[in-house]
Design a protein around this ligand. Structure first.
Ligand code: TRP
Ligand code: ZN
Ligand code: CA
Length: 451
């Protein structure tokens, strides 16, 4: 077949003119301007028919957990700090609820400052073990108080979301794992310990970590972490849906447990309602509350009790946790917008050097799927000449097709399935083609990755 004779759809031509085809970046990633009508199905997973809507998280249930944690502090010297009995009692309270709801719980022990610490991990059975979505909160308080906003609030919001997963008997595409960390107040000790004890294979299976530390501040702001763009957008979508403006979290990046995950390259995000920083008058105008006063005047103090909670903030953020867990665990159900394609022709020299054609993937969370579909369209007059590989962004090669002197048919038009679950999805992938025998020739017509 001659080079010019092959057909091309109008859409493919337009995409070829644009150079490399990649699906549109998330609408809100474009600076300025209101979110567009989301042509990008990757970001709209939460609203696609395939994804079930998250339930409303009952504020009364979240507050009941806080009351229990307050009682636990009261019965144990007024705090729930690392190394003190109120911490372990807090773990026991959550673990019993999660066990009764059908979670597989693990208590991970570590030592810090001469005392035993505990992380509580709760796995929801099912989902793709190669795509794990995690949500977590630190469960320890400082020793000076009961730690209701810091961080009973995040602990209770994550707990009630996990219990809602059980009530719904959710069957997400991804595997769900909830975590409550010990000794955060000593320097992210528990979460660091957890991450450092994961094998690199297990780390690579975590497609995202969502962190909730202080989500019920009494003079609240609505802050979204500025980290993974898809996670960030998922929270912003929730807040846009209820008409509440948000700001980017800036009160100390890396000051909570998401840093332990971010440091090893895991996609992270989260919510925060403010600590000791002062609310500005502009912030008071858009969110209510008191300008010139700290978001949390009881931060790290004995007055961080159940009275130190703004119910509206706690309610909204608990619903936001559920929204994100539902949306981000649903998985991409291969909507048409999830195709990343290159339609530029690349000539393959006869019996010569390998050639490559790039496809850049952006805006994805975590790793590529275990069933990454690689669609290949190579025009050639003797396809047995061709060796074809997929190269991951880090250069790892996946053999799609070997050469074969007896395969005299034309063209390689096929879709290969590659287990790419150990590869980061974002980055530049390459199709590499080499012609290893003389006479017959051809070119890469197009190729695509379907997530
Ligand atoms: N992690 C801090 C604590 O427990 C609170 C905090 C300060 C925070 N700045 C933050 C939490 C930014 C999340 C994001 O004392
Ligand atoms: Zn905290
Ligand atoms: Ca040849």
């Amino acid at each position: 077949m001659s080079h010019s004779a092959h057909r091309r759809t109008a859409a493919a031509t337009a995409l070829a003119l644009a150079g490399l085809l990649t699906a549109a970046v998330p609408a809100a990633a474009a600076p300025g301007g209101p979110p567009a009508a989301a042509p990008d199905s990757r970001v709209s997973a939460a609203t696609s028919p395939a994804a079930l809507a998250a339930p409303d998280i009952p504020l009364a249930n979240v507050k009941a957990h806080l009351s229990e944690l307050q009682s636990i502090a009261g019965a144990n010297g007024g705090n729930r700090a690392h190394g003190r009995p109120g911490y372990k009692a807090s773990v026991d309270y959550l673990k019993a609820k999660l066990d009764a709801a059908g979670f597989t719980t693990t208590v991970q022990q570590f030592t810090s400052s001469g005392a035993t610490g505990y992380n509580l991990i709760a796995d929801w059975p099912g989902g793709d073990p190669n795509q794990v979505l995690m949500a977590g909160a630190h469960l320890d308080s400082v020793s000076s108080g009961p730690g209701m906003n810091d961080n009973g609030s995040g602990s209770a919001g994550v707990l009630e979301t996990a219990l809602a997963v059980s009530r719904a008997q959710l069957q997400p595409a991804k595997h769900l794992r909830f975590a409550w960390w010990g000794a955060e107040e000593l320097g992210l000790v528990g979460s660091r310990y957890h991450v450092s004890n994961l094998s690199s294979a297990d780390r690579s299976k975590i497609s995202g970590y969502l962190n909730f530390d202080m989500i019920g501040s009494p003079n609240p702001g609505y802050f979204v972490y500025d980290d993974d763009p898809v996670i960030e957008q998922t929270f912003k979508d929730f807040y846009a849906g209820i008409g509440v403006p948000t700001e980017i979290e800036t009160e100390g990046d890396g000051r909570s447990d998401h840093a332990s995950f971010k440091n090893v390259g895991i996609a992270v995000g989260g919510l925060f309602t403010g600590a000791s920083r002062t609310k500005s008058s502009a912030q008071a105008q858009k969110w209510g509350g008191t300008a010139g006063q700290a978001f949390d005047r009881c931060y790290h103090s004995s007055c961080d009790t159940t009275s130190n909670i703004n119910d509206t903030a706690l309610d909204r953020n608990s619903d936001a946790i559920a929204h994100a867990v539902w949306a981000l665990s649903a998985g991409s159900t291969v909507p048409p917008g999830d195709v990343f394609e290159n339609t530029q022709d690349v000539a393959i020299p006869d019996n010569g050097a390998a050639v490559t054609s790039p496809v850049t993937v952006s805006g994805r969370t975590g790793n590529a799927p275990a069933t990454l579909k690689v669609g290949v369209d190579i025009k050639h007059t003797w396809r047995g000449d061709l060796v074809v590989d997929l190269l991951a962004p880090d250069g790892t090669a996946y053999r799609l097709k070997n050469s074969s002197s007896s395969d005299s048919a034309d063209n390689v038009i096929a879709t290969y399935t590659v287990n790419a679950s150990s590869e980061t999805a974002n980055g530049t992938w390459q199709l590499r083609v080499q012609d290893v025998a003389r006479y017959d020739t051809g070119y890469i017509d197009s190729w695509r990755l379907t997530f």
